[in-house]
Design a protein around this ligand. Structure first.
Ligand code: ISL
Ligand code: CA
Length: 540
């Protein structure tokens, strides 16, 4: 049977709401994706990860699912979805879907029937009486809220680690596993090639006891990567995923390398790979809402540790939950193009499966929001309220939100320099970045030296090189500004050199033996020097 995951798989993440609107309602849709398949094929990617397109009241933009077997009407119809699968396939592109099974929407039929008093469905969720006039335990919540909400007028509470409208499922109930297997098969039968599994390592709650107090999410020791979770993943893999030749990438919060190994080493037969977060934390203090200057040294050493620690990584620098990386690590005012290309070089030469996020291929930057009224993300609004209750003054609160909001990466895709960046003929659901007049697909494509052209070259290079696809990783240099590593396959070697600083610097002595330049993001790259944000791929 065909195995869909290959060494040369290159994934492009689409956040459907923000990709392309074709009917003027201001919301991206499936027909928009179908329209851009030629564009994606030309870029060279061979897999799309679709953020949720299931029916949802959109409390968390689709990560709150009301019907796992229906398409969100504002995105289109099941026929559109089937056409998308077929048209993508015709272009050699596979689709993986987002699988959100830690929680459902409170508008899901199961939760509604539970509220109506049906015992069977009550046991699909985690419902408990209060304790001493308070909620059942002292746990924290991912969206800066209380994780317990009143369960109807029963006087009891239900657990929600995310929004109130995202009640956690009770994975200790075997019926939940059967439901989810059925849902997964439904989509696999339609030709989906696998799943990106949302917060998959927290689905199993071993106990609901109080947690030991901690800054980042009290209670996590009761649900992070528990034995019950490993068992569920093994069963989903063996009973559903592998019989279809499909694959999975787990989004795994708070994992360190040992925990990640337990989830995705091949002999464990659980997940094919995981998204880790450590390299996303090189500019934060404690929690991601408190940002500081990004430590390049930390970034390099973190990447290296994960490259060496795991046989195969799910590599990424941007997604729908993170501010644009280009705005975080680089001087995107002066070196936007160079730094975007450097990202392409780095992502395509690390060992593992590369995931790029819509807009990254043209170097889109953080949103240019003026105040909270322009931010839609529920997380940002909750964090604002939390910061307010802590007495943090409004200007500081705004700086905090502006820098960390997930909406930074969710601004509509910039297709043209026209009104609303060619994303919609109507009113966009989220403010379009004012820089679309200069940063957009149309003008970038017309520029032979554009960001897109470099991504395209790097993707092609990556797919055609077995050294880049399969070679081992060896770190060569992690200085304050230069990151260099080798990829090694048998006798063949390639060297990646990244100057992550905005300064021109002399070529470090350790790297001088490498004579042949395969590619660089500078045409006038000089032998003995590294230009600001220069990326260079070398051969001996
Ligand atoms: O951004 C975060 C909150 O601080 C992350 O911890 C994020 O919530 C976490 O990565 C889980 O994200 C996933 O599940 C969420 C959803 O809102 C995110 O969009 C999704 O990627 C709940 O389903
Ligand atoms: Ca639309």
């Amino acid at each position: 049977m065909e195995q869909y995951l290959k060494h040369d798989t290159v994934v492009y993440q689409i956040y459907p709401r923000s990709f392309l609107d074709t009917n003027g309602d201001g919301i991206g849709d499936l027909r928009g994706i179908i329209q851009k398949l030629d564009y994606l094929q030309d870029l060279g990617i061979n897999t799309i990860w679709l953020s949720p397109v299931y029916k949802s009241p959109n409390d968390d933009n689709g990560y709150d699912i009301a019907d796992y077997k229906a398409i969100q009407p504002e995105f289109g119809t099941m026929e559109d979805f089937e056409e998308l699968i077929a048209e993508a396939k015709a272009r050699g592109i596979g689709i993986i879907m987002d699988l959100v099974i830690n929680h459902t929407s409170d508008e899901h039929e199961w939760f509604q029937r539970a509220l109506a008093g049906e015992e069977k469905y009550r046991d699909y969720y985690i419902i408990r009486p209060g304790k001493n006039g308070k909620v059942p335990n002292n746990w924290g919540n991912f969206f800066a809220d209380c994780p317990w909400a009143p369960f109807g007028d029963t006087g009891e509470y239900y657990l929600h680690l995310f929004s109130k409208k995202q009640p956690d499922l009770n994975w200790r109930n075997p019926a939940v596993l059967e439901e989810v297997k059925d849902i997964m098969r439904f989509w696999l039968e339609k030709g989906v090639q696998g799943f990106r599994c949302d917060v998959i390592n927290i689905i199993w709650k071993t106990s609901l006891e109080d947690g030991k107090k901690q800054f980042a999410l009290t209670g996590q020791e009761h649900y992070l990567s528990q034995p019950g979770c490993h068992e569920i993943l093994r069963r989903l893999n063996e009973e559903v995923i592998k019989p279809y030749g499909a694959w999975t990438v787990g989004e795994t919060v708070f994992v360190d390398i040992p925990k990640a190994k337990d989830l995705c080493s091949p002999e464990r037969k659980e997940l094919d790979m995981v998204f880790s977060f450590e390299h996303m934390e090189c500019d934060q203090v404690g929690l991601k809402w408190f940002k500081t200057r990004l430590s390049l040294k930390k970034l390099m050493s973190t990447l290296t540790r994960w490259q060496k620690g795991l046989g195969w990584n799910a590599n990424y620098f941007e997604n729908h939950d993170q501010p644009r990386f280009i705005s975080r690590f680089s001087d995107s005012q002066n070196y936007r193009k160079e730094a975007s290309k450097l990202m392409a070089g780095l992502l395509m030469t690390l060992r593992g499966t590369p995931f790029l996020y819509e807009g990254q291929e043209i170097g889109m930057t953080n949103g240019d929001f003026a105040d909270l009224s322009e931010i839609m993300d529920i997380e940002s609004h909750n964090v604002w309220a939390m910061a307010k209750s802590l007495g943090i003054p409004a200007p500081m609160r705004w700086q905090m939100i502006k820098r960390t909001s997930r909406d930074n990466a969710r601004t509509p895709m910039q297709w043209t320099s026209e009104a609303n960046a060619g994303f919609t003929g109507g009113t966009p659901w989220l403010k379009v970045n004012g820089n679309h007049t200069s940063v957009n697909v149309e003008s970038d494509l017309a520029d032979p030296d554009g960001v897109h052209a470099f991504w395209k070259q790097m993707i092609a290079l990556r797919k055609s090189s077995d050294v880049l696809c399969e070679g081992h990783f060896r770190s060569v240099l992690e200085s304050g500004s230069v990151y260099a590593f080798e990829r090694i396959l048998g006798m063949r070697r390639m060297l990646t050199v990244c100057n992550l600083s905005a300064k021109e610097i002399p070529m470090p002595a350790q790297l001088k033996g490498w004579k042949n330049r395969v590619i660089s993001n500078y045409d006038d790259s000089k032998a003995g020097m590294l230009r600001p944000f220069e990326f260079r791929l070398m051969q001996p």
